[in-house]
Design a protein around this ligand. Structure first.
Ligand code: ZN
Length: 83
């Protein structure tokens, strides 16, 4: 009757691996570099200027779309709803 114990141990290893992977990804979200920046805006698809990609590591939106997103987030906050 070692099967159940073995399977449980394997499952725990899997879960720990997932947690570590998740932790790793989360950590890296805070340490973005210009190489993580998108070359094209995920909002409108236009090219994001190189200066912006360097100035805002991990950037995904062009200036215009970022302003829209900020405005929507601020409006949602004013209305008491999470963005
Ligand atoms: Zn855009």
């Amino acid at each position: 009757m070692t099967d159940i114990a073995d399977r449980a141990a394997e499952r725990i290893d899997e879960l720990n691996g997932d947690a570590l992977a998740e932790h790793y990804r989360h950590d890296h979200a805070h340490g973005k570099t210009p190489a993580d920046s998108a070359e094209t805006c995920s909002g409108c698809g236009c090219a994001i200027p190189e200066e912006r990609r360097i100035a805002v590591p991990g950037v995904a939106l062009c200036t215009e779309c970022q302003q829209d997103a900020d405005w929507i987030a601020a409006a949602a906050k004013r209305n008491g709803r999470p963005a």
